[in-house]
Design a protein around this ligand. Structure first.
Ligand SMILES: Cc1cc2nc3c(=O)[nH]c(=O)nc-3n(C[C@H](O)[C@H](O)[C@H](O)COP(=O)(O)OP(=O)(O)OC[C@H]3O[C@@H](n4cnc5c(N)ncnc54)[C@H](O)[C@@H]3O)c2cc1C
Length: 688
């Protein structure tokens, strides 16, 4: 009890200190240069920046909220934030009396790549990557995720460049390889004695990995595999790290043994020597300038009879004996391929989680700006209205804020699912990571666009980050599995669960589908505020949609099959229901993670605010077209939901600053418009 009181006192002191500091900074600001002012145009006519901390109150402890949201490794995160802001390599700049860090996106593609590499060297020298591949256990994996979250807040390129080396190259060795691969490659990878990349995609085949055309044969005379790019469409494409730095790659190819194609397998090949010269029989070209992510050197690779030792085949599910016999316990090539790729999910988990942090940056900037930017007076001579006091502005930003909190809890759940993985949980990790990756990255784009517009013209300035983050993160919906394809896979997995549950003595079990075993929830004919804000009603409403869409999807696919069409054809034809179902699964799973996080809290202001956020998230889901299209909500109830959303937005408005402050993102990772944007744009600032 005494400990708790002390903690509350400390955090109250923290807050008091923070407010005093903001106030002092505000008062000590140098007065605006008077050279262009005349006495008649005195300060009344000029806008004054007033920090939002002076007018907004914190009704809950933002440190407690941060703990709940970040979930783990807070000290490690803060250490890394500090390490970045202290170094010139991370391009610190002073604007409006504050230091900001972010890459200089005006640099050429080559310069951006060089800077990404320098930053990695800086972090490596300070031991940031220690244990990332050689360490074992949940703790180190969670710490690694936390570091990626922090680095991603600085720049997408650095996080992707590291992700390719550690999650794709390193992960492939960990999960597709066996002990001798681990012994030979993991430590050298962690120590950057080699630089790895991951060559799966080709010009002709991206989503359809099984269609790739690179061919590998085996020469039993020398005990070597021979890798070939047989045609232009087989060139490896988009390979992160290949254009400039990588020394080694994982090559995916069709493995042809004694004239039989055994399907897609992965091998290790060296593509550059230690001095960075491209190896014989390898050709590498650049993918060129991209709309974002130019700090990553994406390249193309051709293999011309490249020979690698037999041991370089990553042999977790299949091997080739020295005399050239193909050996695998899994006979079915489809199952073999699925078993092979299944464990490599860390990259996808990381991208999903990273997208949520980008949304936090966008919202923190847009909401802070909306708390200091005024536009139009309601009456003559009255002060202009703060942007966030317009109900329309609240309606634009606050549901997205609620969604970001919801996704944050979803992200924490996904990370735990991943670090606690077992061979049995591979399926659930695949389904949840696919649906969350698609949902979070799509939402991130939507959120950043809304935030960009909410900042008006200032949102267009690169230094203000929000607009530029869109270009930097757009690719998230394409790599690590195209979002549309991932969502189709989710629906197919739900279809399979449905079919399995139809067998005698079977029921739905796992993926949160147990609600399908219970009677169908009923939505009251007249919805009230109390019902709409009740978590059980919200879960029921989301389960109802998922259940109905799954029933419809199964019925439509089955009808198509009954007409003699293949299951694949039937899936393709039912794509609309498949898309709706994937979304319904994702929304419901996210809401459940929210409710579970909320349940860990004692009654109090933090829980109350979270309740508002949860209701706003859930009711926003009820605005999905499916609710009216399939009649889950009457027209009247749909209108009631809409009114309730507006009400909750106005109730959340006083908490907006506290909520974005609880993201725990240091000021340096936001942008000038989040602070004193008048000072940052003053004449004297322009002189520096
Ligand atoms: C910057 C960047 C970095 C990358 N890094 C790497 C890397 O390091 N290593 C690597 O191996 N790959 C990498 N990739 C490749 C990436 O994984 C692929 O781009 C991705 O898998 C999509 O493949 P694709 O580009 O060929 O698109 P396609 O597969 O051609 O898809 C194009 C469009 O068609 C749609 N589509 C395709 N099939 C279907 C279907 N069956 N039904 C309905 N719609 C469909 C898709 O939804 C998509 O919208 C990277 C890509 C980029 C852009």
């Amino acid at each position: 009890m005494a400990k708790k009181e002390k903690k509350t006192r400390n955090s109250a002191m923290d807050r008091a200190f923070q407010r005093t500091k903001v106030l002092t900074d505000h008062l000590l600001q140098s007065p605006p240069s008077s050279s262009f002012q005349t006495p008649s145009l005195s300060s009344n006519a000029c806008l004054n920046y007033s920090p939002p901390e002076l007018s907004e109150k914190y009704a809950f402890d933002i440190n407690d909220m941060r703990k709940l949201m970040d979930g783990h490794d807070l000290e490690e995160r803060d250490r890394l934030f500090g390490m970045i802001t202290q170094s010139k390599v991370f391009n610190p700049r002073v604007r409006g009396g504050k230091v900001f860090v972010s890459p200089d996106y005006n640099q050429s593609m080559e310069q951006q790549r060089e800077m990404t590499w320098k930053r990695i060297e800086y972090l490596f020298e300070r031991g940031v990557f220690e244990g990332w591949l050689t360490g074992e256990g949940e703790e180190i994996e969670m710490r690694r995720f936390a570091c990626f979250e922090v680095l991603g807040l600085f720049d997408h390129s650095i996080s992707i460049k590291l992700g390719v080396h550690f999650f794709l190259w390193g992960g492939a060795i960990q999960f597709f390889g066996t002990k001798h691969h681990h012994d030979k490659w993991l430590r050298d990878t962690e120590n950057y004695l080699i630089k790895g990349c991951f060559a799966m995609t080709e010009l002709g085949h991206g989503s359809n990995v099984r269609g790739i055309e690179t061919i590998t044969t085996y020469d039993s005379n020398t005990g070597e595999f021979v890798i070939n790019t047989p045609c232009e469409s087989a060139q490896k494409y988009w390979i992160g790290g290949a254009a400039n730095h990588a020394t080694h790659t994982i090559v995916f190819s069709q493995l042809n043994i004694n004239g039989t194609n055994q399907g897609v397998h992965a091998l290790i090949a060296q593509i550059r020597d230690a001095d960075g010269n491209v190896r014989p029989n390898i050709r590498i070209a650049d993918c060129g300038h991209k709309i974002g992510l130019n700090g990553v050197d994406n390249g193309r690779i051709w293999f011309d009879n490249v020979r690698v030792p037999r041991e370089n085949l990553l042999n977790s599910v299949a091997d080739v004996s020295p005399d050239g016999k193909y050996l695998s316990a899994i006979k079915d090539p489809d199952q073999r391929f699925a078993a092979f790729l299944a464990p490599l999910t860390a990259g996808r988990v990381n991208i999903a989680v990273n997208a949520v942090y980008q949304s936090k940056v966008g919202l923190a900037i847009a909401i802070r700006y909306a708390l200091t930017r005024r536009a139009f007076s309601l009456k003559p001579k009255e002060p202009e209205v703060l942007l966030l006091d317009y109900p329309s502005h609240q309606r634009r930003l606050l549901p997205l804020l609620a969604k970001t909190f919801a996704m944050s809890f979803g992200a924490n759940y996904l990370k735990m699912l991943y670090v606690k993985r077992t061979p049995q949980s591979n399926k659930i990790i695949h389904v949840v990571s696919s649906s969350f990756k698609a949902t979070f990255t799509w939402s991130n784009m939507q959120i950043l666009q809304e935030c960009r517009e909410a900042c008006g013209g200032q949102g267009l300035k690169t230094e203000n980050r929000v607009g530029h983050l869109k270009a930097e993160h757009d690719v998230q919906s394409t790599f690590e599995g195209d979002n549309n394809i991932l969502m189709l896979q989710v629906s197919k997995a739900l279809f399979a669960e449905y079919m399995a549950a139809q067998k005698p003595n079977k029921a739905f079990k796992g993926l949160g589908l147990e609600h399908m075993n219970k009677p169908c929830p009923v939505i009251p004919s007249q919805l009230t505020t109390t019902t709409l804000r009740c978590s059980q009603f919200q879960i029921d409403a989301l389960c109802l949609r998922e259940r109905d869409l799954l029933n419809r999807f199964v019925a439509e696919v089955s009808q198509c099959q009954a007409k003699g069409e293949s299951k694949e054809h039937a899936f393709i034809m039912s794509y609309q229901l498949a898309e709706d179902l994937g979304k319904a699964f994702s929304d419901r799973t996210i809401l459940q993670t929210f409710v579970e996080a909320e349940a860990t809290l004692a009654a109090g202001s933090l829980k109350d605010v979270l309740g508002l956020l949860r209701s706003l998230y859930a009711l926003n889901c009820l605005e999905d077209g499916a609710y009216l299209r399939y009649g889950y909500l009457s027209v009247e109830n749909a209108a009631t939901v809409r009114r309730e959303i507006t009400k909750i937005c106005s109730e959340l408005r006083p908490h907006a600053l506290a909520l974005v402050s609880s993201f725990g993102i240091p000021d340096a990772y936001l942008s000038p418009i989040a602070f004193n944007w008048i000072d940052a744009n003053s004449w004297s600032s322009a002189q520096h």
